[in-house]
Design a protein around this ligand. Structure first.
Ligand SMILES: [Fe+2]
Ligand SMILES: [Fe+2]
Length: 263
């Protein structure tokens, strides 16, 4: 068994609980040492359960933190975390042929393991609300971004960790405040724990984005903007959580075009 075999095992697994269990087992096996990375290529799309129904982002109900809205919010976040498990394994298997050092694989195994914990905690919270993951619709925007960046490690890192995950850091603190305002301490506590991990995931994204830019002799800040111009279908809007982003190494230099109001 190689690391890319294990990655593809998770990607080809349909059941979320099994994806989580396989992720924990794969992380333990990799960390024990002695395993090679291998060359097994990932499927174009990860296997997914029959439910949830996948809608277009524009068809999704707006998120809120009130008593009704919070169930939909936790369901939407659980869906993001399930995608995030697959995204971490996909980075490992898809870009394994790119001559990357062991630390790259160590980092993304850590991300996969964290995302599996996040999904587990949020799906448990859904059970406490009386529903299961899959009972509400979800949207496929995150995997659409993955598809658009499947050919290039720099594009993938720019769009997924540096843009989508960083956007989560911008919104999570206010979500926690609102949840506490609605007396939902349990959900706020889960989101606060995941928030700390997500800062680390952005740091890992920046680390490998800058590593790959250096190898290709590209200036990372201008190349980030160039990649967003052609690979990102959304819009990047301030306010940014500069405290969390700076902790992760994504300082003002990356965001200047949007901060200056030029866009
Ligand atoms: Fe996460
Ligand atoms: Fe993450």
């Amino acid at each position: 068994m190689t690391l890319t075999d294990l990655a593809c095992g998770v990607l080809n697994c349909t059941e979320p609980a099994e994806k989580v269990a396989l992720t924990f087992a794969a992380a333990t096996a990799w960390r024990a040492g002695g395993m090679s990375v291998g060359t097994t290529l990932p499927p174009p799309r990860p296997a997914r359960p029959v439910k949830p129904e996948l809608l277009r982002a524009s068809q999704m109900p707006k998120r809120s933190t009130g008593p009704k809205g919070r169930v939909a919010l936790v369901h939407a976040l659980a869906h993001i975390e399930l995608n995030a498990i697959d995204l971490a394994w996909d980075v490992i298997a898809r870009f394994a042929p790119c001559d990357l050092p062991q630390a790259f694989f160590d980092d993304w195994v850590t991300v996969a393991n964290d995302e599996a914990e996040h999904y587990r905690d949020l799906s448990q919270r859904l059970t406490e609300f009386g529903i299961s993951y899959g009972d509400l619709p979800a949207h496929d925007g995150l995997w659409e971004s993955a598809d658009l960046t499947a050919d290039d490690l720099l594009a993938r890192l720019a769009i997924i960790p540096l843009t989508h995950e960083a956007r989560g850091l911008d919104t999570t603190p206010m979500t926690c405040v609102k949840l506490r305002g609605n007396d939902d301490e349990a959900t706020a506590a889960i989101l606060e724990r995941t928030y700390t991990d997500e800062i680390e995931h952005l740091r890992i994204g920046i680390r490998w984005f800058e590593f790959e830019c250096a190898r290709r002799r590209l200036e990372p800040h201008t190349h980030y903007k160039a990649l967003l111009d052609v690979r990102f279908t959304g819009t990047l809007k301030p306010p940014f959580n500069m405290d969390a982003r700076s902790k992760a190494g994504m300082g003002q230099e990356y965001l200047q075009p949007w901060l200056s109001g030029a866009l």
